[in-house]
Design a binder for this molecule. Structure first.
Ligand SMILES: C[S@@+](CC[C@H](N)C(=O)[O-])C[C@H]1O[C@@H](n2cnc3c(N)ncnc32)[C@H](O)[C@@H]1O
Length: 284
């Protein structure tokens, strides 16, 4: 069991849909006390990563802009801060920076640091801090009405930079399947899986973290992935919703229902207490 310590936990550098900050104290109590290699294939804002104790880690997410932000923080903090300091809380600049991804040569024309700075800037200044992309993959959350947002939060960025470097965190932009297939998950690893949740009903279905939805079929494939981890003696802990399909898929594992608090969703509604599941293949 690990104990959440607000003094040592690094604050996530952005708010992220499905972020685990609020449920951390309870979630961490299900984590093994000693972790050599920590692997988080759906890292998002990294609330768990930045709070947990481990020797080394591998993190990954399918969202390439988010991964640019992690890499900029780890490898080019000064460049990132410099850029963020040029970004103002101003609708015209917001729309201009948001539109970078409409450029056909976006990926070639912008450095990882520029893309990371853009992501942080947009999330700090957009409506509800919500990452949302259109069918073409264009960031489309509108400008937010905010009270002086902290666009360049130097202390948080510096702490995240120190953390990622001291722990030699390996940062990947891969589908979760590839993290396993390419051999990043060793026998000693503890894998934390926080996928897009199975919807409780079809209207609460919101999974636009990247292009493509996380369907029931994806949930089944993720369970199969857990079966492979389990068959190889690798410990995993997964968070998911209380949708009936999840109880059904994971019935051979230990399932615990938690009372969690959700901070943001697509409509800004649905705040407050909700239940979620913790699924594990190891004992306390
Ligand atoms: C629930 S969020 C994770 C939230 C995170 N635990 C936090 O505290 O912010 C799910 C993440 O999975 C990523 N994702 C979605 N499909 C994926 C896939 N097939 N492989 C890897 N990552 C994926 C999304 O980009 C998103 O960041």
């Amino acid at each position: 069991m690990q104990i959440y310590d607000p003094e040592t936990a690094v604050r996530p550098f952005v708010k992220w849909v499905g972020g685990k900050r609020r449920s951390l104290p309870v979630l961490m109590s299900y984590m093994p006390e000693h972790i050599d290699t920590y692997v988080e294939p759906f890292v998002g804002g990294g609330a768990m990563l930045f709070a947990l104790k481990f020797k080394k880690a591998v993190i990954s997410d399918l969202n390439p802009e988010l991964i640019c932000a992690y890499k900029a923080i780890r490898d080019d903090l000064e460049g990132l801060k410099k850029l963020l300091q040029t970004f103002k809380y101003d609708k015209e600049q917001f729309l201009e920076v948001r539109a970078w991804d409409r450029d056909n040569n976006f990926l070639e024309n912008r450095t990882e640091t520029e893309r990371g700075a853009r992501l942080i800037y947009l999330l700090k200044t957009c409506f509800n801090g919500l990452y949302r992309v259109s069918g073409k993959g264009y960031f489309n959350t509108p400008f937010g009405k905010l009270d002086n947002p902290n666009i360049c939060d130097v202390p948080t960025l510096e702490r995240a930079h120190a953390f990622l470097n001291e722990k030699q965190v390996e940062i990947l932009n891969l589908d979760y399947n590839e993290v396993l297939r390419r051999g990043y998950i060793t026998k000693d690893a503890v894998v934390y899986l926080d996928p897009p949740y199975a919807p409780l009903n079809r209207t609460s279905y919101f999974t636009s973290y990247a292009i493509g939805d996380f369907t029931d079929c994806d949930q089944t494939m993720l369970r199969d992935y857990c079966d492979v981890l389990n068959a190889n003696g690798i410990r995993f802990l997964e968070s998911n919703s209380t949708a009936p399909i999840i109880f059904d898929l994971y019935r051979k594992y230990a399932i615990t229902t938690l009372n969690a608090r959700r901070s943001i969703n697509s409509k800004g509604t649905g705040r407050g207490a909700i239940k979620e599941l913790v699924i594990r293949n190891y004992a306390d």
